[in-house]
Ligand binder design. Structure first.
Ligand SMILES: [Zn+2]
Length: 325
């Protein structure tokens, strides 16, 4: 098997994330925002529980999905160690967010810088089938991943990890060439593996207690989290697919309505984030060129298209060049 090749521009993305001395400088604000998100999570779930009409329940679940995208943004600040200047508080922000989200903070953190390194390499081209990939399997995996599978993987893998001894972890990376999530297993350290397992215990204890004694019924929690799992997974690659084969420029800033942008905590400015990975979310909008965008809804629709063979000629590759409208 050929080794994984980096996408052009990868010489500008170091293999390990550089330490920026100013990181976490919005720590106090992030604690307040996380507090508001936890409160919002509880209030919206309660409103769903009490809603007398199906239409109102659906609207509230849509609001829940938007709010939870912002919880992921706060987790993402932690992945970049940018949530708080005190490392323990930075970690606590990631842990609280991940527990509400339904996953392990460490699993995502270990993967995340690898995503910045591997963006638009063969491992991160969900929309293309390369020579050496099985087309039917790629299409099936694509729709499974974007329809909720990415979220589900984050929920169940920390639990499955109890059955995978540390010495076998590198073996999980054997399909790394076309699979960025497999490539992540090369970055794991033994203490990360242990920490992920501890986070799984916290996660399952929290959710076990909530389901047993919490104020919300499964008739509220299941549809809310199924909708969140679907929408978050669908949005995971929305910035990157059908963009130039370039590790930094292979992403878009997407325009979104005010409420979406605010609840997303500016995650839609993904190009600016890839150009400046240590920039706090609070500064992304101001650092973005409003002309350098596409509408979010347009790229959400594009996600429905199935994977197709990787372009073999320059004209087709040039069609991936960015267009702003
Ligand atoms: Zn990032």
């Amino acid at each position: 098997m050929r080794p994984m090749k980096d996408a052009p521009g990868s010489e500008n993305v170091p293999r390990t994330e550089p330490v920026v001395s100013s990181r976490g400088r919005y720590g106090t604000q992030n604690l307040v925002v996380l507090g508001a998100q936890v409160l919002g999570w509880a209030v919206v779930l309660t409103a769903v529980e009490l809603a007398p009409y199906v239409a109102l329940r659906i609207a509230l679940i849509a609001l829940f999905c938007l709010l939870m995208q912002g919880v992921f943004t706060m987790m993402h600040e932690h992945f970049h160690r940018n949530a708080h200047w005190v490392p323990a508080i930075d970690y606590a922000i990631g842990l609280v967010g991940s527990t509400l989200f339904g996953t392990s903070a460490t699993l995502h953190r270990v993967h995340h810088w690898g995503h910045h390194v591997r963006n638009r390499s063969e491992a991160e081209r969900g929309e293309f089938i390369h020579p050496g990939e099985a087309p039917a399997l790629k299409v099936a995996l694509y729709y499974f991943a974007i329809c909720g599978g990415l979220w589900l993987g984050g929920l169940v893998f920390p639990l499955i990890s109890f059955f995978i001894p540390w010495r076998f972890v590198r073996f999980l990376a054997r399909t790394k060439r076309f699979n960025t999530y497999a490539a992540m297993f090369e970055q794991f350290k033994e203490r990360d593996w242990t920490r992920m397992r501890l986070e799984a215990l916290v996660l399952y204890a929290f959710w076990g207690a909530l389901l047993a004694w919490g104020p919300w019924s499964t008739a509220t929690l299941v549809p809310a989290y199924v909708a969140f799992a679907f929408t978050w997974s669908w949005l995971q690659w929305v910035y990157h697919l059908r963009t130039p084969i370039h590790v930094i420029e292979g992403t878009y800033n997407l325009r979104a309505p005010w409420l979406v942008r605010v609840l997303f905590l500016s995650f839609n400015y993904n190009l600016t984030h890839h150009r400046h990975p240590s920039m706090p979310w609070q500064e992304l909008r101001g650092a973005s060129d409003p002309k350098e965008t596409q509408p979010l809804w347009y790229r959400v629709l594009l996600m429905a298209l199935p994977p197709r063979p990787f372009p073999t000629n320059d004209a087709e590759l040039a069609a991936l060049d960015k267009r702003y409208f």
